[in-house]
Design a protein around this ligand. Structure first.
Ligand code: GDP
Length: 206
C-alpha cells in the first residue's frame, strides 16, 4: 500500500477525481467511532489507517494506492484505490465543518468512478441509527453499489441481540436497493473479516 494523500480541500478533490475517472477500488464510510480505521487496518494491513484520532477533528479524505499482485507476481491489473471518506454523525460540528463534509461527499458521489465500491460500516450494537439513514438519504440519487458491514460483533453478548440484527437485514435491503451484501464482522477479533475481503476482491474482478 502506498499512501497517496489526504485531501480536505474541495477544489483539490475535484481535480483529483477528474484525473482518476475510471479507477477501481473501495471507499469506506461510517459513523464516527464505528471502527472504520480498525477495519481498514484489519483488511489492508495494520498500519494503513490511524486508529482513534480525536473524533471530529478532521474531515479529511485519505487516499491509498495499491499495486495488485497475483500469486506474488506483478499483475497487469490497474492500481486499486482505497478511499477513506470522512466519518459522519458527529454530535457537535461547526457549520463550517458540516459544509465541508457536504461538499466533499457531494463531489465524491457525483464524480467518483462507478467502479468504486462503497463499504458502509455500522455498529452492530447500534445499527441503523438516524445518522446512518440520513447518510443513505444523502446518497440516494447515486445508488452506489454498497456493502454494509456491521462491525464490533464481538460486543454482542446474547443470541437475542444477534437475532435482532439478522431481522434488520430485509428492512434495509428493501429501503436501500443498492446494498448488495451485508456482513457481520469484528475488526478486533477478525471474525467475518475474510468474508468482507472476499466481497471486495469479487468486486474488483467483476
Ligand atoms: P473510526 O473513528 O471509525 O475510524 O474508529 P476506530 O477504528 O478509531 O475505532 C474506534 C474505537 O472502537 C477504538 O477504540 C477501537 O479499538 C474500537 N473498535 C474498532 N473495531 C472494533 C471491534 O470490532 N470490536 C471492538 N470491541 N472494538 C472495536
Amino acid at each position: 500500500a502506498q499512501f497517496k494523500m489526504g485531501i480536505s480541500d474541495i477544489a483539490q478533490f475535484e481535480e483529483w477525481l477528474a484525473d482518476h475517472k475510471d479507477i477501481i477500488g473501495v471507499s469506506f464510510v461510517g459513523r464516527s467511532n464505528v471502527g472504520k480505521s480498525s477495519m481498514i487496518n484489519a483488511l489492508f494491513g495494520s498500519k494503513t489507517a490511524r486508529v482513534s484520532k480525536t473524533p471530529g477533528r478532521t474531515r479529511e479524505i485519505n487516499i491509498f494506492e495499491f499495486e495488485l499482485n497475483l500469486n506474488g507476481k506483478k499483475s497487469d491489473l490497474p492500481p486499486f484505490y482505497l478511499i477513506d471518506l470522512p466519518g459522519y454523525g458527529f454530535a457537535e460540528v461547526s457549520k463550517e465543518m458540516s459544509k465541508n463534509w457536504n461538499e466533499l461527499m457531494g463531489a465524491f458521489f457525483a464524480e467518483a468512478s462507478e467502479s468504486m465500491l462503497l463499504l458502509n460500516l455500522q455498529d452492530a450494537r447500534h445499527p441503523d441509527q438516524d445518522v446512518d439513514r440520513q447518510f443513505y438519504d444523502f446518497i440516494k440519487g447515486f445508488a452506489r453499489k454498497t456493502v454494509l458491514v456491521f462491525n464490533k460483533i464481538d460486543k454482542l453478548k446474547t443470541q437475542k441481540e444477534r437475532a435482532a440484527l439478522e431481522k434488520l437485514k430485509p428492512a434495509l435491503s428493501k429501503d436501500y436497493k443498492w446494498i448488495r451484501q451485508m456482513y457481520f464482522a469484528s475488526a478486533e477479533s477478525k471474525k467475518g473479516v475474510p468474508q468482507v475481503e472476499e466481497a471486495i476482491v469479487t468486486h474488483i474482478l467483476e
